[in-house]
Design a binder for this molecule. Sequence first.
Ligand SMILES: [Zn+2]
Length: 449
Amino acid sequence: MTKSGWIFMSTERQDRYVSAFQRMIRIDTVSDANNGSDPENFAKFRELMWELFPHIKDACEVRDFDGSVLMEWKGSDESIAPVLFMNHYDVVPASGEWKYPPFSGEIAEGKIWGRGTLDDKSGVFAMMQAAEELAAEGFRPERTIYFEMACNEETHGKGAGDISAWLRERGIRPEMVFDEGGDILYEPIGGAKGTFAMIGVGEKSIVNMKFTARSEGGHSSTPGKDTPVARLAGFITYVERHHIFDVQLAPATVEMLRRFAPYMGMAGKVMENAGRLKKPLGALLPMFGPTANALVTTTIAFTMTGGGEAPNVIPREAWVLGDMRCSHHQGMADSMKEITKAARKFGLETEITEQGLESGITDYNGRAFRLVEEAVAATLPFVDACAPFIMTGCSDSRFFSSLCDQCIRFLPFLISGEQMDSIHGVNECLDTDTLVPAVDYYRYMLTHV
Ligand SMILES: [Zn+2]
């Protein structure tokens, strides 16, 4: 991975950050929907935060929402709308074979290893360390700043939901929200040979649906046609092979391609004109693989299946679960309508098992996006350009999008493709030399917001 020739020096400051961050990684704050989580470890983590960041703790009013934390740093001018910075401190389980134990915080190969080094204790650390330094220096913000750190983002996001409800009840509407999301990537799409800060300006909404095929049952030695499993198989194959959802290039995606253009050689000429070439590009992008496809359309992945009672009995019921990620242009309601129409062709019943929140798209010409661009230019000089993008995954900021129309999803860490794949996978790790610039980024944000 190149850092465009930029070399970070190992400094006293970096060493100090690394040892504090190691301590955060060593506390196992797994939130696990199936096996529950250990509340004692979460309490330990909060204790550690107050030990590491005593000045900002004292400067803030701290509220606890069953382990999720909201800190209020009162500004000197209460007439200005507040802003909210957020990151979560729970992590997903760490199964599989790891190179270094997932809760060791081992330093090796210029990296710190462990679950949460990327998602998202790195964000918690950089945000809190910056705030701590400023509070210790006697800095007081002009407008009120909230810090939100949920302890259950990876499961239901209940903490963020409760905190958003608490703010709403008090009529508190942050003007800008800054959450985790995109990272800094080299060559984020094939051929874009530059280092880009990928700034999430929106996220697709999630709907989980169960599709059930039923029959009268009967002995499997005399099967008829269209038995439940065959109908499910027909449906799954049909949905995978046909474009049942609308394909469209959102303005934010057009802008992303435009910003990649100068780094794309000949292909850049096309990307430069992405605005005028929306139709053909929209049709072309799905051919560039699943990531490009997910940018332009609603997707559905079939993730769980079950049914049948015995090897020699035609199932009376068989089902498959689909995890649908809805595009902004089609939305949840219309995407559900399309998939239900397809399911009906195969005689399937449909049921919504989980329905998420729809969130808007933040204007990349707005104040929040511009501020992030300024902060990146000032503190992360190895970045070639900032690019807006619509996230295919989701973040806790969706709980605040009804309170705030400028939600930015970005973490100021340079990571490789391999590190990207380690998020929710094995061998999650962060380069130790990314900590200092990340803290500088948050210092800039907190002092200029
Ligand atoms: Zn996360």
